[in-house]
Design a protein around this ligand. Structure first.
Ligand SMILES: *[C@@H]1O[C@H](CO)[C@@H](O)[C@H](O)[C@H]1NC(C)=O
Ligand SMILES: *[C@@H]1O[C@H](CO)[C@@H](O)[C@H](O)[C@H]1NC(C)=O
Ligand SMILES: *[C@@H]1O[C@H](CO)[C@@H](O)[C@H](O)[C@H]1NC(C)=O
Ligand SMILES: *[C@@H]1O[C@H](CO)[C@@H](O)[C@H](O)[C@H]1NC(C)=O
Ligand SMILES: *[C@@H]1O[C@H](CO)[C@@H](O)[C@H](O)[C@H]1NC(C)=O
Length: 318
């Protein structure tokens, strides 16, 4: 059960190995995203709505993920990439919306730290797993359909995990996205979920296919632990569940209608969330824009900032 790479924060000497994290996530995914009667895939008619409205249009009847049939996860386990894919479609689909389509959840663990090749390229470590959601090929019920997802998580004591937005000046790894959203569970070994508020409407992910992703804060929800022994062993003591809604896209700009494709990803982990340093590109731009005197000032500023951080015990600075 212990990782090979020695001590890690949060879990002490016995950090879970990437493979354990993967199997945990693969068996917990049914709890988080599949199976429960309250977990749903939403579809909205976004034809006549403005950017800010929530929900983003008139809702069509949601697809309950409890009424999906899923592939046998064992067949899609790939030890080489430490990944597995759940692929499903509604069992009852009279309109044939999913005749050529599916909703897929791909989980991937990582042997070490790095970044995936595709945006949003969140920094990951061996203590994290990526979960990628893709809706591909399903027929939308309107010309301007927007989609959403209800996600369930474990609560923490009497509260739901805290949703937090972080701004950054750096968009090198996720074009035009200057924000990182996260859910934080407080006590140690703490857990976290991180994502960039961006989804993509083409498998070739780039600025042209980037859609906004909006998240509402979690609320308490009813759910039951899945039967999986490994999930029960880890989460038996938890008896409260929270759920939150995500919506993808806006009525203008790129959308699912372009290619009948939507993908979004998040990072789940234990311990302290990985923190992005400024990318070399942004540092380079700063050097070019500010010149050496500016850089010295910046370095001084960073020094003060880090000093301040230490004094304020790493309180977030806005
Ligand atoms: C959109 O809104 C306009 C004005 O509010 C209305 O005339 C039009 O019928 C609406 N279209 C749809 C498809 O609801
Ligand atoms: C999934 O497939 C594996 C082998 O491919 C098999 O042993 C297992 O029973 C299958 N599980 C289900 C639920 O069909
Ligand atoms: C599914 O694909 C087949 C073959 O490409 C096509 O004939 C059919 O119309 C498609 N069905 C839907 C609902 O898109
Ligand atoms: C979708 O667009 C087509 C062509 O613009 C139009 O004929 C059709 O009525 C639209 N369908 C809906 C559901 O709005
Ligand atoms: C998510 O949105 C749907 C429909 O808009 C709503 O019925 C549901 O209660 C929401 N879930 C949460 C956890 O807010």
């Amino acid at each position: 059960m212990c990782g090979r790479e020695g001590p890690r924060r949060g879990w002490g000497r016995c950090a879970p190995s990437p493979l354990l994290l993967l199997s945990l996530l693969a068996s917990a995914a049914p709890l988080a995203l599949l199976g429960e009667e309250t977990r749903q895939l939403f579809e909205f008619d976004g034809a006549n709505t403005s950017e800010a409205t929530q929900p983003p249009g008139d809702p069509y009847p949601p697809y309950s993920l409890a009424k999906f049939s899923w592939n046998n996860i064992t067949d899609s386990l790939d030890p080489a990439t430490l990944s597995a894919t759940f692929r499903g479609h509604p069992t009852d689909d009279p309109a044939g919306a999913f005749a050529n389509g599916s909703l897929a959840f791909r989980v991937q663990a990582f042997p070490g730290s790095g970044r995936p090749a595709q945006p949003p390229r969140l920094l990951h470590s061996a203590d994290t797993c990526q979960l990628e959601v893709a809706l591909v090929g399903a027929s939308p019920r309107g010309n301007r359909s927007l989609f959403g997802l209800e996600v369930a998580t474990l609560g923490q004591g009497p509260a739901c995990p805290l949703m937090q937005e972080q701004r950054s000046i750096d968009d090198e790894y996720a074009p035009a996205v200057f924000q990182l959203d996260q859910l934080l569970w407080g006590s140690l070994p703490s857990g976290f979920v991180q994502w960039r508020p961006v989804a993509f409407s083409q498998s070739q992910r780039g600025r042209e296919s980037a859609l906004p992703c909006r998240a509402a804060p979690p609320h308490f929800a009813s759910a039951h632990l899945p039967q999986s022994p490994i999930v029960r062993a880890f989460f038996e003591s938890h008896n409260n569940f929270c759920a939150f809604n995500l919506t993808f896209g806006a009525s203008t700009g790129p959308g699912y209608w372009d290619a009948h494709y939507l993908s979004w990803s998040m990072l789940l982990g234990v311990g302290t969330p990985p923190v992005d340093a400024l990318s070399p590109l942004v540092l380079g731009i700063m050097v070019a824009a500010l010149g050496a005197p500016g850089l010295v000032l910046l370095a001084g500023g960073l020094f003060l900032l880090l000093g301040h951080r230490r004094w304020s015990e790493y309180q977030p600075i806005n």
